[in-house]
Design a protein around this ligand. Structure first.
Ligand SMILES: [Zn+2]
Length: 216
């Protein structure tokens, strides 16, 4: 959801998204589109990311603004965790919980038994438990961006790690900083050091095989 598969250029992916998440949102109510548009605008006002701005979305025929609203909130939570502002992220999680508790409720005393509400509550609950693992991929060209990391990973995949490395190297070269492009002297120094290490290694090996020989 956070990576906008519903907006994918691949129709198959869009269909999969719709069938998977159809029951995650309440039925489109009788309120007209302008009410939802206003609601989305308010959410964007109250939910601001750590820095910069998030893309403004248009409603879609299946979910209206529902997915856009939830995605916006998820991106905000992700952005705070990504920059290390965990306690801010926790505040937004709390805000998401309060919203879920009230959204589309006729009376606050109604049990949260609608299927969509239970699904979203479970998801937010899970998000809270794994909060520290939320990460935005550091490859600026990444198509996925938002992911849940294992260990201290900076990238969502090996491909992204390699791509980012390549981009960094190019940037160095463009800025005239020494990337892998070495001056002839630099290359000479590295090659000399490697030769010296190799000679030492060979000597050590000869020595140890002589000693082994003596022992036998
Ligand atoms: Zn990535």
């Amino acid at each position: 959801m956070v990576n906008a598969l519903d907006r994918s250029s691949d129709p198959q992916k869009r269909r999969e998204f719709a069938s998977r998440y159809r029951r995650w949102f309440p039925e489109r109510g009788t309120a007209d589109e302008s009410w939802y548009a206003e609601y989305y605008r308010t959410v964007r006002l109250w939910w601001r990311p750590e820095s910069g701005d998030l893309p403004q979305e248009e409603p879609d025929p299946e979910f209206g603004f529902e997915v856009a609203i939830l995605r916006h909130k998820l991106m905000v939570i992700w952005s705070f965790v990504n920059s290390g502002a965990i306690s801010d992220a926790e505040k937004f999680i709390e805000r998401a919980n309060v919203w879920l508790d009230r959204y589309h409720r006729r009376r606050p005393s109604d049990d949260p038994d609608e299927e969509w509400r239970c699904k979203l509550m479970t998801a937010i609950n899970y998000l809270e438990r794994i909060l520290q693992l939320l990460k935005i991929c550091e490859n600026p060209e990444c198509q996925i961006r938002y992911f849940i990391r294992e260990k201290q990973k900076k990238y969502c995949s090996t491909d992204c790690a390699l791509r980012a490395q390549e981009l960094r190297r190019r940037q160095w070269v463009e800025q005239g900083l020494p990337g892998r492009e070495l001056t002839p002297e630099g290359r000479q120094r590295i090659s000399q050091a490697a030769t010296e290490r190799w000679v030492k290694y060979r000597e050590a090996k000869k020595q140890s095989s002589k000693e082994q020989h003596k022992k036998n």
